[in-house]
Design a binder for this molecule. Sequence first.
Ligand code: HEC
Ligand code: HEC
Ligand code: HEC
Ligand code: HEC
Ligand code: HEC
Ligand code: HEC
Ligand code: HEC
Length: 277
Amino acid sequence: MGAPCATCHADKAHIQSISRHANALKPYDGTGFNGKTLRERAGTLYTYSANKVAITRGGIRREAVIQWLFGAGHFARTLLLRQEGRWVEHRVSQYPLAGRLSLTPGHSPQPADTFDTAFGIVQSDVNAQRCFACHSTSPTQPGIHCQRCHGEGEKHPAEPTIKRTKDVALCAECHRSPLREYASPEPEIEDPASIRFAPIGLTASKCYQASKGALTCVTCHDPHTDARPAMTYDRKCLGCHTAAKKQDCPRTANCADCHMPRSSPIPLLTFTDHRIR
Ligand code: HEC
Ligand code: HEC
Ligand code: HEC
Ligand code: HEC
Ligand code: HEC
Ligand code: HEC
Ligand code: HEC
């Protein structure tokens, strides 16, 4: 899906096409769900096929068409259903690392007491469009591809029409940034779930504030590939914290293990706290 950029940027198009960005949204084809079932404590039974979910309660069975699969499948996959002209975020998600189906974050942990709660939460059109906006390149191109970050660039490279920036603001369009009134010095204490949003933590760190624009997301991450194992970032830290400047630190490796702790503020999802401290 790197076209029309792939003709000239073949290597980049290849690595980007297998990234979680590129696979953040797809039409549902059964991936992660087909053939699986889940039974809730109160007896509600969910059965998945390659295009539908069937829900059975008290001997009655109802079905809904599954249209979209959100999530590249590293942390979680969440389904968006279409029912009577409305978007419904399905109650059950798949968690590849845990290897099971379980509750979608934000849905009530009490067993579903109606078919409506079993199918999920109705999302207004405005909210559903927000989901698509952060998980797509354009209305016709699901997943995050070149033009979402670089612009159309039709006349590139003949004319300088391509956008290129290192600014945190690009990533924060989707990964979220602190609201002005909420720019807490310790966001992870005020709201533990905020560690999901890397820009909030990063912009609260001394590393970011004291380096005056020199530290951005792309200092550490290649925006065309996924995050790498934490210790591969050591040399980024050491690029600024030379041995002499970190004489108070007892260690020489695995910096992020101690200074960017991981935690799980939402069941089954683990994030890295980007407030470096
Ligand atoms: C006809 C060939 C061609 C096509 C098609 C093409 N590029 Fe390029 N692109 C180039 C060349 C040549 C350069 C300059 C050499 C370099 O920096 O690698 C370049 C440079 C770039 C740069 C770096 C710009 C900078 O300011 O440093 C970006 C970003 C980029 N291209 C993105 C894209 C995207 C996104 C697309 C698709 C919308 C695209 N290109 C399509 C040939 C092409
Ligand atoms: C259009 C919205 C959007 C923009 C812009 C965006 N991201 Fe993402 N990013 C996402 C979504 C959605 C995911 C989750 C993909 C998934 O796992 O399903 C993600 C996942 C990631 C991941 C995690 C991949 C993994 O290893 O699990 C990293 C790292 C990342 N983005 C970094 C960046 C950086 C750096 C920028 C800015 C250069 C950026 N993103 C810009 C939406 C965006
Ligand atoms: C403001 C942008 C934004 C909106 C709106 C948004 N997402 Fe995401 N989504 C992201 C980013 C960024 C990530 C990766 C980091 C993370 O997990 O928060 C992500 C990750 C995910 C994942 C992968 C699991 C995970 O936590 O990494 C799923 C599934 C998902 N989103 C579903 C949805 C659904 C369904 C909606 C609408 C109800 C939605 N998203 C709305 C930006 C957004
Ligand atoms: C999530 C946002 C995002 C996506 C998607 C993305 N890029 Fe980039 N790209 C960036 C950012 C940010 C930079 C600047 C990195 C820097 O300057 O350190 C960049 C830099 C580049 C460069 C110049 C530097 C280099 O590494 O050669 C090229 C060429 C490029 N991108 C091409 C592409 C192509 C082709 C695609 C699609 C296959 C693509 N990008 C998809 C964010 C993105
Ligand atoms: C772009 C340069 C840069 C990078 C990259 C960077 N830092 Fe920093 N960091 C700084 C600056 C500047 C300060 C403030 C130093 C001071 O006040 O003396 C700082 C402060 C710190 C502090 C003290 C924080 C506090 O609240 O007192 C720690 C710990 C730290 N960095 C660890 C790291 C680790 C670990 C990494 C890699 C994951 C890293 N830094 C990456 C520039 C950077
Ligand atoms: C100082 C280095 C550094 C900077 C700067 C940085 N990250 Fe990370 N990021 C990491 C490390 C380390 C991990 C954990 C990798 C692992 O263990 O899988 C990570 C993981 C992630 C993940 C995967 C989910 C998670 O929480 O583990 C996302 C998404 C992400 N970063 C987004 C961003 C965004 C967006 C920015 C800019 C606001 C950013 N990062 C800036 C080092 C950095
Ligand atoms: C085992 C946990 C651990 C690891 C791994 C670790 N640190 Fe530290 N670091 C600490 C502790 C604890 C302190 C506080 C020491 C003190 O204040 O006496 C510290 C302090 C620091 C400081 C701040 C010193 C100051 O001015 O306050 C910096 C910068 C730093 N570490 C960078 C790094 C870098 C870079 C790496 C990787 C090469 C790293 N650390 C690996 C635990 C760790």
